[in-house]
Design a binder for this molecule. Structure first.
Ligand code: ADP
Ligand code: ZN
Length: 210
């Protein structure tokens, strides 16, 4: 199955991507994580992306399209994949079509803006493996430590409130039009994000069947 997860920043795409990844045994591919890894290892692509990311802006289409093109060629994508955070613009969606990638379903996780701002302020990510946590909704077992790898949990620079507002604006302007794009193709499935992660998960798994 080839899936796309759509939704505002902080809507919980990453968490749901991990759930589907385990459920269907297909890789979850996060452009955000790939860019952050490039940043940490100091590659040219990472350096180019940094200024956009820190300001809450989108990294240029050709950069992320290149990332996805390379990633989808890898062996583990043969039986399908979940795209988390790609496409984020109409030209990115068109690029997928041009690559001949036929998407089965697009799951859109809807969360109101006010909730997003509240959630983002509590979000923490593992410095080492990128796993995400929340101070209220998805607490790590040991405070400040990643349950998967023991790494230190930090707040992403772009999760600070002013940057979050900019990211929401970018989402509404550039990413939300993708709903119409996939609705027309009959692929859009809407999931209302719930307070409890497990409740959203149930709806996501149901949307995979629908
Ligand atoms: P979130 O979903 O919480 O916004 P991500 O980790 O998916 O966070 O993305 C973080 C940042 O990485 C974005 O704000 C943007 O700068 C960059 N980015 C990730 N994916 C894309 C994409 N498909 N197109 C452009 N920029 C992207
Ligand atoms: Zn970790």
């Amino acid at each position: 199955m080839k899936l796309i997860l759509l939704g505002a920043p902080g809507a919980g795409k990453g968490t749901q991507a991990e759930v589907i990844c385990e459920h269907l045994s297909i890789p979850a591919i996060s452009t955000g994580n790939i860019i952050r890894e490039a940043l940490t290892s100091g590659t040219e692509m990472g350096l180019r992306a940094k200024s956009y990311m820190d300001e809450g802006k989108l990294v240029p289409d050709e950069v992320v399209i290149g990332i996805i093109q390379d990633r989808l060629k890898q062996d583990d994508c043969k039986n399908g994949f979940i795209l988390d955070g790609f496409p984020r613009t109409i030209p990115q969606a068109e690029a997928l079509d041009k690559m001949g990638v036929v998407i089965d379903k697009v799951i859109d996780i809807e969360v109101p803006d006010e909730k997003i701002v509240e959630r983002m302020s509590g979000r923490r990510v593992c410095e080492s493996c990128g796993a995400s946590y929340h101070l209220l909704y998805k607490k790590p077992e040991v405070e400040g430590k990643c349950g998967k790898c023991g790494g230190t949990l930090i707040q992403r620079k772009d999760d600070h409130p002013d940057t979050v507002k900019e990211r929401l604006k970018v989402y509404h302007d550039q990413t939300e039009p993708l709903k119409g794009y996939y609705e027309k193709q009959g692929k859009l499935r809407i999931v209302e994000g719930q307070e409890a992660v497990e409740d959203t998960t149930k709806l996501t798994l149901a949307a995979l069947e629908a």
